[in-house]
Design a protein around this ligand. Structure first.
Ligand code: SF4
Length: 320
């Protein structure tokens, strides 16, 4: 699949009812995933390191990147989670409009097979619950999902993620994912056809100076037409484990030495890291200042940085 060998695994669950993604305000604690290793191969992806403790792990994180892991019979497993043994739905209260998010582990629309699988899973959730569904993807195929579920458009929310507007830069560290320009085109199609959308400006790299940060935030708002989005998430690049090494190597290999140097510098210098996060936040907050509640800037904090970020909660900082 997408050039990678596929491993199929038995899984007991598709839905996680107690996910930490509620802290990111992406959902109400509900997520679903029909896979455990993505068809894309982003250098910064945290999933291979996260999966070290997961039953669907592959021994080495590098090997994890090399495979697609799909869960067998996802719709059947899902139905088992949403129905009582007598076939009655467990979550049929129409007032229960919690948001479920997908996917915390894989891209939901990385090819047409996955698009079809995602449609079937969403249909089942829409049929058996009152939940709303938030789908995030790096694909340009979300409109296919939207078209198939158009009658439920008021319960579907779509977003594409990108931390840069530069196709070549994205290609360097989001290996296998469609061009950013194609993703943006698909987001605009969704907006123009009356679907609910959200922005996801992440993970964004360190830039040269204040002016570049401001230009970046403004260009993202313009290109993603964030005025039409319900919310806008943004985040700096939070590299974990080997993902920092992979990301810098990928940037260098593609000729983005300045970007790699800046990333390396902030990753080894706590003061520079904090400055990078604050400049990124402040540039986005400036754009969304007149739209209270729109920006959701995700930021990991520590004891020293907490007071600054707490003081920015009203303007969009979400503390992790
Ligand atoms: S699309 Fe998401 S899950 Fe897939 S490789 Fe990229 S960061 Fe990881």
């Amino acid at each position: 699949m997408n050039g990678k060998p596929v491993i199929q695994v038995d899984a007991k669950t598709i839905v996680n009812f107690a996910s930490n993604f509620s802290h990111k305000m992406l959902c109400d604690g509900l997520t679903f995933s029909s896979g455990s290793a993505c068809a894309y191969s982003c250098a910064f992806c945290y999933v291979p390191d996260l999966m070290r403790k997961n039953p669907h792990r592959i021994a080495n994180p590098e090997d994890h990147v090399e495979h697609v892991i799909r869960r067998l019979r996802p719709v059947e497993v899902l139905r088992g989670q949403l129905l009582f043994k007598n076939g009655r739905p467990k979550f049929s209260d129409p007032a229960d409009q919690r948001v479920i998010y997908a996917s915390p582990l894989v891209d939901v629309a990385a090819n047409m097979d996955l698009v079809r699988e995602t449609i079937e899973i969403c249909r089942t959730i829409l049929e058996l619950t009152g939940w709303h569904i938030r789908l995030l993807s790096k694909s340009n195929l979300l409109p296919k999902v939207a078209e198939a579920l158009a009658e439920h458009r008021e319960r579907m929310i779509f977003g594409v993620s990108t931390g840069t507007l530069d196709d070549d830069l994205a290609k360097a560290y989001e290996q296998g994912a469609p061009k950013v320009s194609k993703r943006i085109e698909s987001l605009r199609w969704l907006q123009e056809n009356g679907f609910r959308t959200f922005g996801m400006i992440c993970p964004s790299l360190p830039l040269r100076d204040e002016t570049d940060y401001r230009d970046f935030a403004e260009s993202c708002a313009e290109e993603l037409r964030t005025a039409r989005c319900e919310h806008v998430w943004a985040e700096v690049i939070n590299v974990r484990g080997e993902s920092m090494v992979r990301t810098c190597a990928a940037l260098r290999a593609a000729g983005f030495a300045d970007e790699a140097n800046r990333l390396e510098r902030v990753s080894t210098d706590k003061v520079a890291w904090e400055e990078y996060a604050r400049r990124t936040f402040e540039a986005h907050a400036r754009v969304y200042g007149a739209q209270p509640g729109k920006l959701r800037f995700l930021q990991y904090v520590n004891k020293a940085s907490r007071p600054y970020w707490e003081s920015k909660q009203e303007t969009g900082a979400v503390l992790l």
